[in-house]
Design a protein around this ligand. Structure first.
Ligand SMILES: [Zn+2]
Length: 214
């Protein structure tokens, strides 16, 4: 629950020292126009501010430090994260981390590097999957080109066929010349989702057979 406080309400002491801060949109340093303050149950405050730059005028939230009576920190929006199934989190924590970094860059509109991030995530997924199946070949798999790993070492035909195509599109994201002109990052993501689906199914199938030997 939040309590809404008027900035001018002297009954509640929102007495802000006039310390300048930077607008998170236009990055002009300023004392913004404070519109309304909110008191949280834990005793912290945040203040809705409007940028004073007439070319910007966007509003943003600033945390207020009551003990020093000063602005504490501009609150940035949180980006969405993709949750992966337990099987994938255990198989490749690096994949999950890299995928979510690529997803963050996608949400920020960084379209020139997003695809390369997904391509890197795919490499960790496939290599960690192969290493889990063939731990004795770990060093070999780590050094090998991803395309060769898929051709030589992936036996599951579903994984092989979707991973191969994911690589084609992934390489397009990192190379100067694009081969698959009618395909983009959304298709790469679909192929990564399919890889995840088949890898998860394989792990779950193996587990249930182990639990219920025939
Ligand atoms: Zn601004």
């Amino acid at each position: 629950m939040y309590k809404k406080l008027s900035i001018t309400n002297t009954g509640y002491l929102i007495d802000v020292r006039q310390t300048p801060l930077e607008c998170p949109y236009c990055h002009k340093s300023q004392i913004p126009e404070m519109q309304v303050a909110f008191l949280k149950e834990d005793g912290t405050y945040f203040i809705l501010c409007a940028c004073m730059n007439s070319n910007c005028k966007l509003v943003f939230n600033v945390f207020y430090d009551h003990s020093t009576r000063s602005f504490h920190q501009v609150k940035q929006a949180d980006l969405k994260k993709k949750d992966f199934n337990e099987e994938i989190e255990l198989l490749s924590p690096s994949f999950c981390e890299i995928y979510n970094q690529a997803y963050s860059s996608e949400q920020m509109g960084l379209d020139q590097i997003t695809g390369a991030g997904y391509r890197k995530a795919l490499e960790f997924l496939i290599k960690d999957y192969l290493i889990s199946l063939h731990p004795e070949k770990e060093e070999d798999i780590k050094k090998k080109f991803l395309g060769n790993c898929i051709n030589d070492d992936v036996n599951n035909s579903h994984v092989k066929e979707v991973a191969k195509r994911a690589i084609w599109l992934g390489n397009d994201e990192t190379h100067y010349v694009r081969k698959w002109e009618d395909k983009d990052v959304s298709h790469l993501k679909t192929l990564i989702d399919l890889c995840l689906h088949w890898i998860e199914s394989e792990i779950k199938t193996k587990k249930i057979i182990e639990e219920m030997p025939g």
